[in-house]
Design a protein around this ligand. Structure first.
Ligand SMILES: [Zn+2]
Length: 350
């Protein structure tokens, strides 16, 4: 073997030497399949740890494109990505493949919803939460319980964050701890309260270590707490949750998966908090749009720029319309979902 070819014996040697993983654990990592939901700050760290550790298959799912405000903490991306407005899933896959070409990486540029969760989360052993919103977490929780697959929750805002590893049948579930989503606008987000990048690494690294334990056959080493960290005040707080399972929990006790079963077929418009943008997901099945033909049709609507994944139309009134090949869109310059929906309908006639 030449020194220029991948050498997986050397590549994983330090990890194999760590006795709790060893050769057997490494082989088990190589045979494992993981989905990472969200490729922002947490997802950047999670994906790099798992890919470098040699997890055999990593599906990376994200709906968004790279913006300049991401670069302060989303370690996978570069200025060039922001300038080109690349989808995070595609840019992430390029970087991750350059780190480890001996495993399989599958990028999915899509919004995880009730309509596609069964498809996008299928055939994995573990789901990692790198998302930034509650609806996706309730969806992952439902899917995890229904299919008996663990998931590892993580969230960070400001200088603090929390994480917990949910194992169906063993631990409480996310809904035992947080029975209902909070009303919109009542919780801090990275957009309203900001975030410093070191807290991201702490939370995502705890998640990644838990993933390595689970996938290498060391579930006995899981921390089994709701772990909270505040880096500004330097508080590290593992909260015992062994008695937090609720007998009346609709999800894990009654097996009623309200978030997963919610599959209405209309366009979903979600304001991207604090970003003056609305994300639109059409209710129909994802399509494969002919962006070239659409661009030709819409030349009178405004100046158009394109890359391989999307087209961007600069409309009048400071509105920018970004259309993805699968029919999703981001309308920049408004926080009004109804206005965004009507722009979508006007331009595409859907
Ligand atoms: Zn529960």
């Amino acid at each position: 073997m030449s020194q220029h070819e991948p050498n997986n014996h050397d590549r994983y040697s330090r990890q194999v030497r760590f006795a709790r993983i060893g050769k057997e654990g490494q082989a088990s990592l190589g045979a494992s399949r993981v989905a990472i939901v969200g490729l922002g700050a947490l997802g950047s760290v999670l994906s790099q740890h798992l890919v470098r550790a040699g997890v055999g298959y990593v599906r990376v799912i994200d709906r968004d494109v790279i913006e300049w405000s991401n670069l302060q903490r989303q370690m996978l991306y570069t200025e060039q990505d922001a300038a080109e407005l690349l989808p995070k899933a595609e840019a992430a896959a390029l970087r991750l493949r350059a780190m480890n070409s001996s495993i399989q990486i599958e990028p999915v540029a899509a919004d995880l919803t009730a309509a596609n969760a069964e498809e996008l989360l299928a055939e994995v052993d573990l789901i990692l939460d790198g998302s930034d919103n509650f609806s996706v977490r309730y969806l992952m929780n439902d899917y995890s319980l229904k299919h008996n697959i663990p998931w590892i929750y993580g969230g960070a805002v400001g200088a603090s964050g929390m994480t917990m590893t949910f194992i169906p049948g063993e631990t409480p579930c996310y809904r035992c701890l947080f029975p209902e989503p909070p009303p919109p606008g009542t919780t801090d987000t990275c957009e309203t309260a900001g975030v410093i990048s070191p807290i991201i690494d702490v939370i995502a690294s705890v998640q990644a270590a838990e993933a390595l334990k689970l996938l290498s056959g060391n579930a006995n080493a899981l921390h089994r707490t709701l772990f909270q960290v505040d880096l500004w005040n330097h508080t590290w707080l593992p909260l015992q949750m062994s008695h937090a399972r609720r007998e009346d929990c609709p999800a894990c006790s009654k097996r009623h998966y309200a978030f997963l079963d919610h599959t209405e077929q209309e366009t979903v418009a979600v304001a991207l908090c604090g970003r003056d943008s609305v994300h639109l997901t059409p209710g129909t099945k994802p399509t494969n749009l002919d962006l070239e033909a659409i661009a030709a049709q819409l030349t009178t609507a405004g100046r158009i720029s394109r890359n391989a994944y999307l087209l961007k139309i600069f409309l009048s009134n400071d509105i920018t319309f970004v259309l993805f090949r699968d029919g999703r869109a981001i309308v920049q310059g408004t926080e009004d979902p109804a206005k965004a929906r009507s722009i979508y309908a006007e331009l595409l006639g859907i």
